[in-house]
Design a binder for this molecule. Structure first.
Ligand SMILES: NC(=O)c1ccc[n+]([C@@H]2O[C@H](COP(=O)([O-])OP(=O)(O)OC[C@H]3O[C@@H](n4cnc5c(N)ncnc54)[C@H](OP(=O)(O)O)[C@@H]3O)[C@@H](O)[C@H]2O)c1
Length: 321
């Protein structure tokens, strides 16, 4: 049984992580820490029966804690993930793993040296719909794939949201953009690279608020991605083939119980394919649990994290070139 601590009373921890972890075998949330807002600690205690700490370091150093979930604003991921790894604890870190390729590589190096699991929580990647869409593509129903497009963006959130705060690691690329980049690498594979990218801000904001990029694999198959934080809601994947086009509109955020629908259009008309409902958060936690005991899974997770951080870095470089 992996005994887990939660580093911070984040909204995602309360609303999504806690309900999911209770359904996963081999792991149990034991305690939560919060440094600034005692009312949030009380909420976790009352709702989920967790023990509480008022310092992150005290939680991480507890002898009855084997692993930490880190749902902090991105700028704090590196500090607390590294602290946990250095104290011999496995780490499930929210996305993005850190703000830079160099920091992600440092985390991976520390985890590998200590044989610890380190897992970045891009949970949509573990939803059954991803495998089912890959099977449709592999079946040839769309013909040869000519182009992939993915978009993730949403209207403005509360003005104090960390996503608009540069010092906390905000910005559309690190937030919404990361999902689209991850999907591009899942669909294009290990040879994926960034060919072009643009990021831009909006008056009154210190972070990038919108962006787009073009990524391709070794054969030139291209995935265009778009992301934003002040736009009409989009959560879309489109796979355009020589015979048909597949599109689906809840690719990153399908909640448990929601049955995604893929629309396939070809010369003869339009077909709706019902994909499976699933709980991607549970599967992401399961993946973390298996990484704790399985070195091959651990190494695959390290590799995926470094690839993701490298693609984000390539987007910044292309934007500046
Ligand atoms: N995997 C996914 O699908 C998914 C979905 C949503 C979010 N996330 C990730 O999960 C993490 C937490 O996201 P969330 O939406 O749950 O965050 P949140 O609850 O808004 O913030 C998490 C913690 O950060 C601190 N914080 C938030 N805004 C702040 C501000 N403006 N100034 C100073 N501190 C601030 C707060 O700590 P205090 O109470 O101690 O001040 C809060 O408990 C992020 O890394 C995010 O990218 C992942």
């Amino acid at each position: 049984m992996i005994r887990l601590g939660i580093v911070g009373c984040a909204e995602i921890a309360f609303r999504r992580f806690m309900p999911a972890v209770q359904n996963v075998d081999g792991i149990r949330a034991v305690a939560v820490a919060e440094e600034y807002d005692p009312s949030k600690l009380q909420m976790f205690k009352d709702t989920y029966g967790l023990e509480t700490e008022t310092k992150f370091s005290d939680l991480i150093e507890r002898e009855d804690i084997d692993a930490l979930y880190i749902p902090q604003p991105p700028a704090l991921h590196f500090k607390w993930a590294q602290y946990a790894l250095e104290h011999g604890k496995h780490v499930l870190v929210e996305k993005p793993s850190t703000l830079s390729l160099a920091d992600t590589e440092t985390l991976v190096k520390t985890a590998a040296e200590k044989n610890l699991a380190l897992h970045e929580n891009y949970m949509f990647r573990y939803h059954a719909q991803i495998r089912e869409i890959q099977s449709i593509i592999a079946s040839g129903r769309l013909g040869e794939v000519r182009l992939i497009r993915a978009s993730f963006g949403f209207p403005l959130r509360a003005q104090n949201d960390f996503r608009y705060n540069k010092a906390l690691g905000g910005g559309a690329l690190l937030d919404a953009g990361g999902y689209t980049v991850k999907l591009a690498s899942v669909l294009l594979g290990d040879t994926v690279k960034v060919d072009a990218a643009r990021l831009y801000s909006l008056p009154g904001y210190e972070v990038d608020m919108m962006g787009s990029a073009s990524l391709s694999d070794e054969n030139g198959l291209t995935c265009q991605v778009g992301f934003g934080m002040d736009c009409h809601y989009q959560c879309m994947l489109e796979v355009w083939g020589s015979k048909a086009k597949l599109s689906t509109n809840r690719i990153f955020t399908a909640p448990p119980g929601f049955e995604p629908v893929a629309v396939i259009e070809d010369a003869s008309g339009r077909d709706e394919v019902h994909l499976s409902a699933d709980s991607h958060f549970e599967h992401s936690i399961e993946r973390f649990v298996s990484a704790v005991s399985d070195q091959a899974v651990r190494e695959e997770n390290y590799r995926e994290m470094v690839l993701q951080a490298s693609l984000i870095e390539q987007i910044r470089q292309k934007n500046n070139s």
